[in-house]
Design a protein around this ligand. Structure first.
Ligand code: KIV
Ligand code: ZN
Length: 515
């Protein structure tokens, strides 16, 4: 009989706290559906009290996800718990995850509360959460720096109040694996069968996965993690690494297993990268571009003779299909629709038609359209920022020798407007010209460009962060094209559109459409 460790995915909550990773509702729904397909036990869909957008996203996810438990985070406050309870109400399986800090430094300086008050607040929060759901998780924030005697005291009380999962976060990523293991062992002995012990490890010292694995070996039966290790600061423990470590080292983990369908790991990783615009580093374990690539002749020779000479896992086991058939300009609607479905997207007829048109435009420019290209086309379409300003034409001139200039045509309210301008560089010229045409002046805070697919005709993805008005938050825009300058113009316009739609989609990102 397998001894199951529950996988609690917090990509949509802690993962979204990665700088630049905010997602809109439609994007979160697509990720949640894919997480369900992956076999995640609990999806932390957000923090309901954080914003109306978060609340809405959790509610919608609760309506569509039926196999995984849907969870909302809540501080130990009545209003947070109420929002969480209402947001997860439609879910078939629902959980409220409430937390309060338990370390001396957090209690004294952040909460300004005595330990007694903290215990009282935690108990009240759990009791109140139980009025909305049966499944309540309690987290001792900064448990990694909390005192064991206090942890036992508060844990005892919240279990009596009705918490069935006790989460031990190493909030600041401070612990070493052996320390984490010892802490979990002692807490497991203390809690016994009264509740499940969970861990939530941050990666500040690069130890999040190691700490999670040592916790499992010492009795934790839930791990909180994210796809691609996204998360606050240095991120959370990467789900794919935890799951594949357990699968690969059966000699260490014995009967311990997870409910994850590992063949969905790679597609999930790609979807999250496409939606957030945050690519895993190339040498990232399991899902990085180089994770299964053998560069040296000796390694290649060995792998050709016998795969296990240099591979401890099979690429197929994580769903990395190196021989996947690529689509091209002769591929029809049916083949495209099938591929979109296989990639895990659930599109309406209208969305599919739009995506297919964009696929055709891309296939005309590119010989081969890869799965990553298709993911990009679709995720780019999911943006809810309306295209108030739309790029129609772009012409640039004057690289190293001449004066960099750009001629831009933008459509707004059905009218096409054209202007041209110069700048310190080509991108500066493009952005300044857009400012002049639109009448909105942006201050560029960040500009990033990456090739999201491979080859000379790779799709370029540009992400910009722009402030359009002092005192208003920066907006993020994404642009996609096989031409980096076009992608830059689209990203900038995406940010402008997000800014203009800010009332509805505050803090969400806008995207340039088209290819
Ligand atoms: O890192 C942390 O402590 C958290 C808690 C809210 C679980 O994210
Ligand atoms: Zn966290």
């Amino acid at each position: 009989m397998a001894d199951i460790v529950k996988i609690f995915d917090t990509t949509l909550r802690d993962g979204e706290q990665s700088p630049g990773a905010s997602m809109n509702t439609e994007e979160k729904i697509q990720i949640a559906k894919q997480l369900e397909k992956l076999g995640v036990d609990i999806i932390e869909a957000g923090f309901a009290a954080a914003s109306p957008g978060d609340f809405e996203a959790i509610k919608k996810i609760s309506e569509v996800v039926t196999k995984s438990t849907v969870c909302s985070l809540a501080r130990a406050l009545e209003k947070d718990i109420e929002a969480a309870g209402k947001a997860v109400a439609p879910a078939r399986f629902k959980r409220i995850h409430t937390f309060i800090a338990t370390s001396p430094i957090h209690m004294e300086y952040k909460l300004r509360m005595s330990p007694e008050e903290v215990v009282r607040r935690a108990v009240e929060a759990v009791r109140y959460a139980r009025e909305f759901v049966e499944d309540v998780e309690f987290s001792c924030e900064d448990a990694g720096r909390s005192e064991m005697s206090f942890l036992k005291e508060i844990i005892d009380e919240v279990i009596k109040a009705g918490a069935s999962t006790i989460n031990i976060p190493d909030t600041v990523g401070y612990r070493f694996p052996h320390e984490m293991g010892e802490m979990i062992k002692e807490l497991k002995e203390f809690v016994g069968e009264r509740a499940i012990i969970s861990v939530h490890c941050h990666n500040d010292l690069g130890l999040a996965v190691a700490n999670s694995l040592y916790s499992i070996l010492n009795g934790a039966r839930q791990v909180e993690c994210t796809i691609n290790g996204l998360g606050e600061r240095a991120g959370n423990a990467a789900m794919e690494e935890i799951v594949m470590a357990i699968k690969t080292r059966k000699d260490i983990f014995g009967q311990i297993d997870t409910n994850i369908n590992t063949k969905e790991i790679y597609p999930t990783s790609r979807l999250v990268a496409a939606i957030t615009g945050i690519e895993p580093q190339p040498n990232k374990a399991i899902v990085g571009k180089n994770a299964f690539a053998h560069e040296s002749g000796i390694h290649q020779d060995g792998v050709l003779k016998h795969k296990l000479t240099y591979e401890i896992m099979r690429a197929e086991d994580i769903g990395l299909d190196r021989n996947a058939i690529v689509l091209g300009k002769h591929s029809g609607r049916h083949a495209f629709k099938e591929r979109v479905r296989e990639l895990g997207f659930d599109l309406s007829d209208e969305e599919l038609n739009r995506a297919f048109q964009r696929f055709k435009v891309l296939a005309d420019k590119k010989k081969e359209v890869s799965d990553d290209d298709i993911r990009m086309l679709i995720t780019n379409e999911l943006s809810s920022a309306p295209e108030i300003f739309k790029l129609k034409k772009l012409q640039i001139s004057g690289c190293s020798a001449g004066v960099p200039s750009a001629a831009v045509t933008i459509e707004h309210n059905g009218i096409e407007m054209t202007d041209a301008g110069i700048g310190d560089g080509t991108i500066d010229a493009i952005f300044k010209t857009i400012d002049r045409i639109s009448g909105h002046r942006g201050r560029l805070m960040d500009y990033q460009v990456s090739a999201v697919t491979q080859g000379k005709d790779a799709l370029a993805k540009v992400v910009v962060k722009v402030v359009f008005e002092d005192g208003k938050p920066a907006v993020v825009g994404h642009g996609l094209s096989i031409d980096t300058m076009v992608a830059s113009a689209k990203a900038y316009l995406g940010a402008l559109n997000a800014y203009l739609s800010m009332g509805e989609i505050l803090e969400r990102r806008g995207k340039g459409n088209g290819v």
